[in-house]
Design a protein around this ligand. Sequence first.
Ligand SMILES: [Zn+2]
Length: 420
Amino acid sequence: MNFNISVCCETCDEKTNCRLGISNRAYQPLRFRCASCGSPIDITMIPDFENVGIDIQVSGAEQVKTDRFEEGVNFVDLHLDFPVRFGEYVMGMTPYMAATMRIGHQEMQMHSVRVNYLNEVYEREKEIKSIFTLYKKGKANLFRKGALSFLGSSMACKSQLDQNRALYYVIEKSFFPFSEPKNNLDATSLYTEKLIELEKAKKDKLDRFIKEIVNTGFLKNVQEDCLEIYPRIIDIELMLRPALFLDFDKEYQGNQVPYRVSAHEFLDAKDLYKDIAEIISRALVLVAGFNNLLKRDSHDEFENVPGAPKDLDKFADYPLGKKLDFIDDPWYALDANVMDNQLRNSVAHYKAEYDEVSQEITYYPKREGIKQQKSESMYFLDFSRRILMAFRELHRMNHFTKCLFVYYYLRVLGEKGTPV
Ligand SMILES: [Zn+2]
């Protein structure tokens, strides 16, 4: 369903015609910028699904009466669930229609299942965030109560091993729309298989590695850092809906697609991108140590090439881009796009500009002093896609920390597993 409304910008009086596509969400905050003056205009829709009505509130502009959408007047299509086109109004070519034409009915249904599930995640946001906090604070009893109630389960949840398991059940249940569930299963079986392989071949060396990362608190820190990110993903779930749509869009080539995202803006997410990259960079220490064990006799022993760090501790201080050079023939396949160092550096060091109207991000990856000439650009939609991909990578690495903890509890401490 769609509503056509017209609004007049509070700042410059310019008129914009808006076609509002309705999502299934109880509360739908949309945002765009006035094409003439760049001021933000917010439209909030609260549908009454039972009585087929809707409450529409506008701020930053005034709603004005309109009979039809004239040519030559600013126009925006807005929809929370899909990327929408920029450009002229075309009657009948609604955001839903255009999106369906791009991915087909079947895939559209899969996309709907995921965004509808996100509506529930959003409604249980407080509960989910509280479970993470209780786990991090070590409030075992409260965590157990919260997690089991959220899961609707009575599984064992007393030992560290069982609590670790419950935590990851909660994560899977809350974040399945964002992740690629099959890939996580694949990743977990890869970790487990490699752990078994190492335990068979060199248990004492593996145990030394595990004890070092546990006793120094490193493993726990990486896990906690990952847990910090999940609630922030819920905070921007509206921004990620169009990015999720691109999972099904075969024409999407990863760059330069001028489609609009209808909620949030670049500034809301640039720190998150930088932080995820930072955590991935730290988690790479675990990947590298493990890689060294698989190839050589100690987690500290890197391939003997110029510039190689003398141990894992030194490796931890290397910048992200350099780290990848010293994980030889990695057992763990990293998505190169996720590690876009130039984008990360530009975003981290205020060398990125954002045009709110066109949603185009221009960034300057090279150090050039005052004259910043060589620029790269991407649309906000592409950037939000990068966040999604980076989050998926972080999620995969978080599963690695989980498996390392399971090994520690089971094989080093000798805890006993309990069936679900
Ligand atoms: Zn204006």
